[in-house]
Design a protein. Structure first.
Length: 314
């Protein structure tokens, strides 16, 4: 018990320091800022989700004295809350019904589906993005004004058209970054705890992860509301972007499944990832694939028809 408390407190202190490093303005501080949830997620998956959240809150109180209450609140909403809650969900399980073989492995525990964890990640990405934007103002006009003022400090003041365009896409871009960094941190935390033998659930089949059916309805509603403008439109734009990134992950899982029988599969998949990372816009095709899978059950139909992949000979 004492060891767990010390570990979670140390993880919270590390996360708080990584979060506060952004104040320094150093180039490495941006990387540390994005990886701030990682120590808490490792503590949550390996020891205790509640303890990790408490350790983050205790360590974060130092931010109040150093930088003020608003900085502490931002740390809680963007780091402690996602790390604690996602860690809790990842380890959530219940006894499997008799005669049912859980997808997570041969154990008798039915673990919380990874697809639902991804949906929660999208929701938390939207929440943390809006929490950060609310530090700039309480309505869309003041938020946009602060974003514009910040961009003008680093850009040519005469380039008004580009500044205005960046202000319009800033909430969506922030949601994409939040979704990707939360997902990456959770994956890294799972790998670290699995390698250390502390992970309390079997490693899930990520290619079988499927978003809940209601996610599609939530995405449709968010897209519709995003055209209203104002603060509600900004919130809806942020939520729809985060949900689209969730369907991008769904699309990647679909791509991995549909290419199982293709020769030189690794080369094709690596090329797809490289195109997405270098060009950016091909992610829209991945999102479309994820949406198509959600509507037409592409993976399930493929697995019902396709033979199992060949087993490599020793």
């Amino acid at each position: 018990m004492i060891l767990t408390a010390l570990i979670t407190l140390a993880a919270g202190s590390a996360s708080a320091l990584m979060f506060a490093s952004l104040i320094s303005g150093a180039a490495i501080s941006l990387l540390l800022f994005y990886l701030a949830p990682l120590p808490l997620m490792v503590a949550a998956l390996g020891w205790s989700a509640a303890g990790a959240a408490l350790g983050g809150l205790i360590a974060g109180t130092a931010l109040v004295a150093l930088f003020g209450l608003s900085y502490f609140a931002t740390f809680v909403f963007t780091v402690v809350l996602p790390a604690g809650w996602l860690g809790h969900l990842a380890l959530l399980g219940r006894p499997a019904p008799l005669g049912v073989s859980p997808a997570g492995g041969p154990t008798s525990i039915e673990w919380y589906p990874i697809g639902r964890v991804i949906a929660w990640t999208a929701g938390l990405a939207a929440l943390t993005t809006m929490a950060a934007l609310f530090t700039l103002g309480t309505d869309s006009e003041s938020i946009n004004a602060e974003l514009r003022r910040g961009l003008l400090r680093i850009m040519n003041p005469s380039d008004n058209a580009r500044v205005d365009a960046l202000v319009r896409i800033a909430p969506a871009a922030a949601a994409i970054v939040a979704m990707m960094t939360l997902t990456l941190n959770l994956w890294l935390a799972g790998k670290v705890t699995a390698m250390s033998g502390r992970l309390q659930r079997p490693w899930p089949d990520l290619n079988a992860a499927a978003l809940p059916p209601m996610t599609l309805a939530a995405l449709s509603l968010a897209i519709g509301l995003s055209f209203l403008g104002g603060l509600l439109g900004m919130i809806a734009q942020t939520a729809s972007t985060a949900l689209m990134m969730a369907y991008a992950l769904n699309g990647l899982a679909t791509l991995h499944t549909l290419t199982r029988a293709i020769r030189h599969r690794g080369v094709w998949l690596s090329s797809c990832y490289a195109l997405v990372m270098v060009l950016g816009w091909p992610v829209l095709l991945i999102v479309a694939l994820g949406l198509a899978d959600a509507i037409f059950n592409l993976r399930q139909r493929y697995l019902q028809r396709a033979p199992p992949p060949p087993v490599a000979l020793p």
